[in-house]
Every structure is written in C-alpha cells, then in structure tokens.
Design a protein around this ligand. Structure first.
Ligand code: NAD
Length: 478
C-alpha cells in the first residue's frame, strides 16, 4: 500500500480525477488516499498561495501527489500554486511524454513518440521581476550549474532506462551566452558519459520549428524551463489534443503528477472532458511508486479503448472514431478493458521501470573569483548618451574609469549610433583604469559620488572573472 495525496482541483478537475481514480483502483492500484483542497476556493478564502499550511504537511508526509488542474484567479497578488509546489518540494524534473496514436487519434504527425524533459525550478520562472524606471521592467533569468547537471543527467538516465536512442538539447546560447550557454556546456559535459545514446543541440527557434514540422526526428528533448513549457504544449497538441498528455514532476524525495492542460472552465461540469491527461500522469505515478504491473494494465486498457474508437469529444472525428462518449463513460470503458491489450498500437511493458535514483549533486571546488568592474544602472530621462557619459565620468573612483554605456544592452557610448532608440534605463560600466584590481570600496565610492550628484542609481551588477575568464556579457556592438 502506498499513501498518496490527491487534490481534485477546479473546473474539470473533479470529473477527471474521479474517472482516473476509478480506473486505477479498478486495475488494482494499492493506494491509500489523503484528499486535500487546493486552488480557487483556497485562494478566494484569502490564502494567496492557493493551499493551506496543513495541506503542505500532508503532501510532504506522503511524498507522492496526484493533482488535478486548478484555476488561478485573475488579477495580481496570487502566486501560482504549481510553480510554488515544484520549487518548495525541489521537483526539478518535469517529464512530458507526447505520443501519436495514429490512425486512431487524428494527427498530422502519425510517427511521433517524444518525451520532453523540462527543467522545472529556475530560468525566468524564478519569478524575480522588478520595475526600475518609468519605462523599463525586468525579469531575472537564473540558471544554475546544479540545476543544469540534475536535469541533463536525468534526461540521459531516463533515455537509458527507457531504451531511447537520442537526447536533443534546445537552447538559445547564441544570444544568452552565460545562461543558456551554461545549459549547453553542461549538456556537452554529461553527454559523453552515455556513449550508447546519440546527442545533439538545436538553437531553440529552429528546433521548435523542426519539432512542429517533423517531430519524428526527435526522441528525448531536454530543455530549460520556459522553452519546455511552450514546446511541450505544442508537442501535446500536435499529437491530437492537449487533453491527452500527462506530466510527472520529480524531485529527490517528493513527486507530483498532473495533466499538462489547465482547468478548462469552458467545459467544466458537462461530462465531456477527456480524462486521459490525468490518467497518463497516474500511470507515471504508478511506475514511480513501484506498481508497474498496475500501470501496465491501465495503459494497455487505455490504448485498447482509443484503438476501439471510443473517444471523448476533444478527439472525436467522424470517420476515425466509432463512438463519442462522456468522461464517465470513457472511464467505464477503460475499466471494462482492463486485462486486454491493444491489437495494433504497441502494447506497453513497464517491467524494470522503477523511479530513477540519481547521485546527489556534488559541489565543485570554488574557482578563483576576481572583481573586475561594476555595471551601475541609472534612471535618467535624457536622450544624449554623451551628456550622460559626462555626468558618469565625474563620479568615477580613483583608479577606475567609465568604459561604456548601453541602453537595453546595445552600446550607445562611446561611438554609438544616432539611430539607436533609447529608453530611460542606462547601464554604465566602470572598470579599473590602470590595470590594477577593483574592490568593493571602489563601488561604494562610485555610488556615494552618484548620490551626491543626485544621479538616480537603480541597481549595480558586479563584474567578475572566474579563473581569469571574464564572466559577463559585452555590450552589443562593443
Ligand atoms: P486549458 O488547458 O484549461 O484549456 C485550453 C483549451 O483546451 C480549452 O478549450 C479547454 O476546453 C481544452 N481542454 C483542456 N483540457 C481538456 C481536456 N482534458 N479535455 C478536453 N478539452 C480540454 O487552458 P486555459 O483555458 O488557458 O486555462 C484555464 C485555467 O487553467 C486558468 O485559470 C489557468 O491558470 C489554469 N491552468 C492550470 C494549470 C494547472 O493547474 N496545472 C495548467 C494550465 C492552466
């Protein structure tokens, strides 16, 4: 028996959870269920995180969480429960299999069987955003070495366990050389440890186009958080419906399983939602808790039901489907098919598919870290970068000089272009003038001078070299 936590969620959540639990319990899942309330009601009762503290206790105690989609109320002030759950519980890996069920589910891509492994805790989803000037807001994109190592190793271990042939990495490291560059570098470091698995890297824009056009060339795709969010919805939709895909959120101690779609309020309470996405998540959960026998039975009965043309409305197509059924009737048919196998679609065998156990992240020895400059960001309403350069040159600390000014990343001084459009958000780079080092005292002096000159400094970023290598971006055009 495994004790799990279940949340029925909002919108179509209760209907698809009822269908899912009915199927897996009928298949013999050895489960005890603790139900908690999350989502809209909890938000509207004044809990801005969408979950009560004692529900967290239940989730942490049981360690396995099957969750229906929830509705996040419109308007500011509500934090996404999904993002919080992934981060609080360290669920670093989001696994999203997307598979065509041709010719039984209509799709433009008959040969498609990919698994998107999405980093789940960092990237632009760190949720660190600020307004700094009248005209400019920012969102911090945080990518860490442990984050990259854990997800990339997970992808290769997953490929090995599931006898997959290739792992493709998607990044935009031609532009984001530090953040996406780290993800790509770590991919290149880890890939050779798995010589039996092919590896390749795609720039995400052309990789996404290729995925939407010829998904059959991909197998496992490992990707930073935001790209993974977008690409996995595209991948699920082109198999036939977002209603078909489930996802597993895996951490070192806890795991959460959910459909990839939302609460679909437009079709809630009508008995027409497709429960397959949550059912697929439940199948991954059963494998995760070592009940692969039950997972296999459920999956084969589900494949047989789809193959027989018994389809919920979202995938019903005259000429392909045989019978349009509601959520409940679909679940009843899967239950009736338990013990049977599909005749044409490949029946699954999940033997030897236990939860992956990865070695804990080992922190590397610290590099030699030298301060080599500072970027001082200022809010300034002027338009002429030469005038700002004159002001900023007057606040340098002895031994430092103003090297460059950029606006939204593009160099505007020295030798900028008149054509470059400038906002009220300026980055002024100070570096040592005489080849000697830079210290924090220099930075404090520059800021102090700025304060006395009534220059509106909004933030600073220290510039470092790690083991002698500059670890910051140049200005575009520098
Ligand atoms: P959605 O995924 O709920 O719906 C998009 C479209 O797909 C709708 O037309 C819907 O009817 C259809 N659809 C979705 N699931 C289906 C299913 N199982 N069967 C048949 N059709 C299905 O996306 P949305 O409308 O953008 O979001 C609705 C709400 O869900 C929002 O409040 C959003 O914040 C929330 N949401 C929650 C989660 C989650 O809890 N994991 C994820 C995404 C969105």
């Amino acid at each position: 028996m495994t004790r799990i936590t279940v949340a029925k969620g909002d919108g179509i959540g209760p209907e698809i959870m009822e269908a899912t639990l009915k199927i897996i319990l009928a298949a013999g899942a050895r489960l005890e269920v603790d139900e908690i309330e999350v989502g809209e009601k909890v938000y509207l009762a004044g809990n801005t995180s969408g979950i009560a503290p004692d529900s967290w206790e239940t989730i942490r105690k049981n360690k396995v969480f099957l969750k229906s989609p929830i509705t996040t109320p419109q308007g500011g002030g509500y934090k996404s429960l999904n993002v919080s759950t992934r981060k609080f519980l360290g669920l670093y890996s989001n696994i999203r299999p997307c598979m065509s069920l041709h010719p039984y589910v209509s799709t433009k891509h008959p040969v498609m069987d990919i698994v998107i492994i999405r980093e789940n805790e960092e990237d632009l989803y760190a949720g660190i955003e600020h307004q700094q000037t009248d005209e400019v807001v920012q969102c911090l994109k945080l990518i860490s070495r442990p984050g990259c190592e854990k997800i990339i190793r997970y992808a290769f271990e997953y490929a090995r366990q599931n006898k997959r042939k290739k792992v493709s990495c998607f990044t935009k490291d031609n532009i984001m050389k530090q953040t996406d560059g780290l993800f790509h570098r770590v991919f290149n470091e880890i890939a050779p440890e798995y010589p039996e698995i092919q590896n390749e890297h795609w720039i995400v824009d052309i990789g996404a186009a290729k995925l939407a056009d010829t998904p059959e060339v991909f197998d496992v795709i490992v990707v930073p958080n935001l790209y993974g969010d977008v690409l996995s919805d595209v991948a699920a939709q082109i198999t036939g419906s977002v209603g078909l895909a489930g996802s597993a959120n895996i951490g070192t101690t806890c795991a959460m399983f959910e459909a990839i779609h939302g609460s679909a309020p437009d079709i809630a309470g009508k008995n027409i939602a497709n429960p397959s996405g949550l059912l697929q998540a439940a199948v991954m959960m059963l494998n995760h808790i070592g009940q692969s026998d039950v997972a296999e039975k459920v999956q084969n009965a589900w494949l047989k039901t789809l193959e027989d043309g018994i389809h919920p409305p979202d995938i019903f197509k005259p000429g392909i489907s045989k019978q349009k059924v509601g959520t409940k009737e679909f679940a009843d048919t899967v239950v009736a098919n338990l013990g049977q196998q599909p005749a044409v679609l490949n029946a699954v065998s999940f033997a030897g598919n236990p939860a992956l156990e990865l070695p804990p992240y080992q922190r590397k020895p610290a590099a030699q870290k030298d301060l080599v400059g500072v970027d001082v960001f200022v809010h300034w309403n002027g338009y002429d970068p030469n005038a700002l350069a004159e002001k900023m040159s007057s606040i340098t600390a002895p031994g430092t000089e103003l090297r460059m000014i950029t606006n939204r990343g593009i160099k505007v001084w020295p030798e900028g272009f008149e054509e470059t459009f400038c906002t009220d958000h300026w980055r002024c780079r100070f570096q040592p003038s005489n080849g000697s080092g830079m210290t924090k005292a220099h930075i404090i002096e520059i800021l102090n001078n700025a304060f006395h000159q009534k220059i509106d400094t909004i933030k600073t970023e220290n510039l470092y070299a790690f083991d002698g290598k500059a670890a910051f971006s140049l200005g575009q055009g520098q």
